[in-house]
Ligand binder design. Structure first.
Ligand SMILES: [Zn+2]
Length: 343
């Protein structure tokens, strides 16, 4: 019977250090195995990367010179509309949020949710309404798509915030799409969760929450039905925060309370980001296919930064891109301790 275990390899590298008059010096690093998928991640270069401050004022100045299709006066004129058979009203609107088709779609049903009227929205200025209206529109879109075309079993929310994350537009926006091909990470986790369930008759994610609560090293806290923790293997250079909704096995299980819990957690993380000087992130929310009881919805958020703003070096290199291997300079246990102060 497989169980959840936290495996790691401690690695030590020895060299003659010029900073210490060429004395023999050893540096310790670690490789961890994800307890679900077995995929590895490297921990090294501790404390070497400091999040870089972004000049948000500069983005505001550029707004006048550069074209933004999401800005107030233009967005109704310049963004596409859905055909009547998908969204009869063409677009979905709620408060400041507007959900439109992606001009550069990733799949059959691919949308962009413009979250705010404002072009540059610092994390501290995201209101509960901005987040609530955007998430609600996105989930509403995914539910509608599911009703008209149940052939695509997976639903994803993706969010690139600010340029270090790969966000092509400063103007806050999320992406919501339904797909049959949700990506390697999703598929690996889904398959591994199913295997775990078949051999143990237990939901891996519930077990994980239980173990992490008891270990109390990576468990951040509980908000309503949502559980927040740092991942044993971080996908980001500066760590990763994971939120699991244990009872949400498919999109239709998501309640209004769950949306509020998601926002409540996110606002706490934004407060942490503010204190830690983090200006950019990637986030995803995965929904599993209907009819299973082993893959609950989960949200992930990973801070992103330029390594420096002199050359705009990114925080991804051959490790992530070519070896598909996450590298992190922050211990999940340390990140958990820091984030917990905000929960
Ligand atoms: Zn704009």
């Amino acid at each position: 019977m497989p169980d959840i275990s936290f495996k790691k390899f401690d690695v030590e590298s020895t060299f003659l250090d010029p900073r210490l008059d060429f004395q023999r010096t050893s540096v310790k690093t670690q490789v961890r195995l994800d307890p679900l998928t077995g995929r590895t991640g490297h921990y090294s270069h501790f404390g070497a990367i400091t999040p870089q401050q972004l000049d948000l004022e500069k983005y505001l100045e550029q707004q006048g010179k550069e074209f933004c299709p999401f800005c107030s006066a233009l967005r109704e004129e310049l963004t596409p509309k859905f055909p009547g058979e998908i969204i009869p009203e063409g677009r979905l609107a709620r408060g400041e949020a507007l959900l439109v088709p992606n001009l550069h779609p990733y799949d059959v049903y691919s949308s962009v949710c413009i979250m705010t009227r404002g072009h540059v929205v610092p994390l501290a200025q995201f209101s509960y309404e901005h987040l609530h209206d955007s998430f609600s529109l996105g989930f509403d879109f995914l539910k509608r798509v599911k009703a008209i075309d149940p052939s695509l079993p997976y639903q994803i929310m993706g969010w690139n915030y600010m340029p270090p994350s790969g966000g092509g537009l400063i103007h806050p926006h999320q992406q919501y799409f339904a797909t049959g091909n949700p990506g390697n990470q999703f598929k690996d986790e889904l398959r591994a969760s199913e295997r775990f369930y078949e051999s143990c008759q237990r939901d891996y994610w519930l077990e994980l929450i239980d173990i992490e609560q008891r270990n109390n090293q990576r468990y951040i806290g509980q908000l309503g039905d949502s559980h927040w923790l740092t991942s044993y293997v971080s996908m980001g250079v500066m760590g990763e925060i994971l939120c699991v909704f244990p009872r949400v096995y498919c999109l239709d299980d998501l309640t209004a309370a769950n949306i509020s819990e998601l926002i409540a957690g996110l606002q706490r993380i934004f407060n942490y980001f503010g204190q830690a000087g983090i200006y950019s992130f990637n986030a995803t929310l995965f929904f599993g296919p209907e009819g299973q009881r082993f893959f609950p919805a989960h949200f992930r958020i990973v801070p992103r930064t330029f390594l420096n703003t002199r050359d705009y070096a990114t925080d991804m290199n051959f490790f992530q891109v070519m070896l598909q291997e996450p590298v992190s300079v922050v211990w999940p246990e340390d990140l958990c301790r820091e984030v917990k102060k905000f929960f």
